[in-house]
Ligand binder design. Structure first.
Ligand SMILES: Nc1ncnc2c1ncn2[C@@H]1O[C@H](COP(=O)(O)OP(=O)(O)OP(=O)(O)O)[C@@H](O)[C@H]1O
Length: 347
């Protein structure tokens, strides 16, 4: 288990990068950490790996408090954490097998045991036939597989992945995420993925945390966070294109169908509205199956405010989240975001 309690990191210049982070990640969980640029994600990962130390608070991994151990104990604790990066940084002059063997050589593992372990790792990441290939002969996805095998060489209990798929195309990203889930299932490791890609969280994570200005704004099981419409993270995880311009007086119904609703599936929503004699065109919509549950987010554009209100009433009765949004609210929301983006650019 990974446990962070009131972790603060203040840099010498006075910047507070982490401002009281509390987070518990159970064994065997794949936990995504998301946050805007500058939220403190890299600082958090550096503190988790023991590369940097927290100014105060405690970070405990499998019962070992990283702030309290020194020397050989700290080295052992560090070895229990494998790191996977966006850019794999393989040694170009070494084959895939030799790259994976590198940390084992440094740890003084004898040649025969090293060879056995490297073969095992190549098999584990699906590269048994590429052992003798050099990095220049491997695709981006294959290089990342080598990076993952290298990170697992010392049999860590925790795998920390810092933007592991940001340099990969969509299909390769899916394969790497599938591999990470498979490895978790086979090895029982705990995985932390730092990412700015919500698709990565949707596809791979059991739980997610939003880091905002150095503290955890929201954390929870993925489906619970998606269902919680009070958090902006819900909209980011199941996103729709921005709402197109609305004329004064126009209304929109924002709908979120989750496993908690009484609809058998998202399609039933339309027949239900028709049964109640209310209909509205769909302006935008997305439907996904996440961890076996169907999730749908839709924007409906009824003709008038009375229809919008009736749609909302019918859907809420079925346990579906539905909110009527007016043109004025959309305008205010857009202004707020523009101001936040401008502030971020100025930083
Ligand atoms: N070595 C440092 N010295 C001083 N301030 C730092 C240092 N490293 C990071 N910071 C500051 O700490 C804050 C958090 O930075 P951090 O790099 O952890 O954010 P991040 O969420 O990883 O951002 P990004 O997604 O852009 O990489 C920022 O305000 C940053 O300027």
């Amino acid at each position: 288990m990974i446990e962070l309690t009131q972790v603060r990191k203040v840099f010498p210049g006075g910047v507070t990068a982490l401002d009281g982070v509390d987070l518990t990640i159970p064994d065997g969980e794949i936990h995504g950490i998301v946050g805007r640029s500058g939220a403190g994600k890299s600082t958090l990962i550096r503190c988790l790996t023991g590369l940097d130390s927290a100014t105060s608070g405690s970070i405990t991994i499998d019962g070992v408090d990283l702030g309290r151990v020194r020397g050989a104990e700290l080295m052992t604790a560090r070895r229990s954490i494998g790191m996977v990066f966006q850019h794999v940084n393989l040694l170009d002059s070494r084959t895939a097998a030799k790259n994976i063997a590198h940390p084992l050589e440094i740890a003084g593992v004898p040649a025969a045991a090293r060879k056995r372990r490297v073969d095992e790792l190549l098999e584990l990441v699906g590269l048994a036939d590429r052992a003798e290939s050099y990095p220049a002969q491997l695709s981006g996805g294959q290089k990342q597989r080598v990076g993952i095998a290298r990170a697992l060489a010392a049999e860590p209990r925790v795998l920390l992945c810092d933007e592991p798929t940001s340099a990969l195309d969509a299909a390769t990203t899916r394969q790497i995420l599938e591999l990470i889930r498979e490895l978790r299932d086979r090895l029982g490791i705990t995985v932390v993925i730092i990412t700015h890609e919500m698709g990565v969280v949707r596809e791979a994570c059991d739980a997610v945390s939003l880091l905002t200005e150095g503290s955890i704004e929201r954390t929870g099981r993925l489906l619970d966070v998606i269902s919680d419409t009070s958090t902006p993270l819900s909209k980011e995880l199941i996103a729709l294109p921005p709402i197109s311009a609305m004329e004064p007086g126009e209304t929109l119904v924002e709908v979120l169908v989750t496993a908690g609703s009484r609809l058998a599936d998202v399609g039933r929503l339309f027949s239900l509205l028709a049964e109640h004699g209310v209909e509205a065109p769909v302006e935008a919509g997305t439907v996904e199956t996440i961890q076996g549950a169907q999730i749908g987010r839709l924007h409906l554009r009824p003709d008038d405010a009375a229809t919008a209100e009736e749609i909302r009433r019918v859907l809420v009765e079925q346990g579906v989240h539905a909110e009527v949004t007016t043109a004025a609210q959309v305008r205010a929301f857009a202004d707020e975001h523009q101001a936040a983006d401008a502030e971020e650019e100025n930083q």
